[in-house]
Design a protein around this ligand. Structure first.
Ligand code: 4NP
Length: 144
């Protein structure tokens, strides 16, 4: 799960997908394409919205995506097109490129984006939670 800062959207996506899959079968992680918040916990607003739905993301630690992630992971979900393009720039390989997907494509196959809530109110985080939750339900169902 990849966004820009790895403090708002992708930590939520990591926590939500983890809550829907068997941890012995599916390894879920998140990262950011930017390095502004490396080592920090998720944004307090993401922690708050997740906890409202019984998901604890407070122990996650921000990291930046590495080119090796394209080898290590089978699927890489980008929250928006800008991050999608930045992930693709990490490798020239078609094999790697084929692993990168827009998260909300999992809902209905359209090119929708998870909006960046960083400068938004808590309502923006609620909206982001709902969008990611719907996509993660579709992913979990597919993985089953
Ligand atoms: P995220 O949100 O990509 O969902 O983690 C952001 C967090 C921080 C910044 C931008 C977006 N920032 O510019 O610091």
């Amino acid at each position: 799960m990849v966004c820009l800062g790895n403090i708002c959207r992708s930590p939520l996506a990591e926590g939500i997908l983890k809550s829907k899959v068997d941890p012995n079968k599916v390894y879920v992680d998140s990262a950011g394409t930017g390095g502004y918040h490396i080592g920090n916990p998720p944004d307090p607003r993401s922690i708050k919205v997740a906890s409202k739905y019984g998901i604890d993301i407070s122990d996650q630690i921000c990291r930046k995506i590495r080119p090796e992630d394209l080898d290590d992971f089978d699927i890489i979900y980008a929250m928006d097109k800008s991050n999608y393009n930045n992930i693709l720039r990490l490798s020239n390989s078609t094999h790697h490129g084929n692993k990168v997907k827009l998260l909300l494509n999992e809902i209905d196959g359209t090119e929708k984006e998870v909006p960046d809530p960083y400068y938004d109110s808590i309502n923006g985080f609620e909206n982001v939670f709902d969008l990611i939750n719907e996509a993660c339900s579709a992913i979990a169902k597919k993985l089953e």
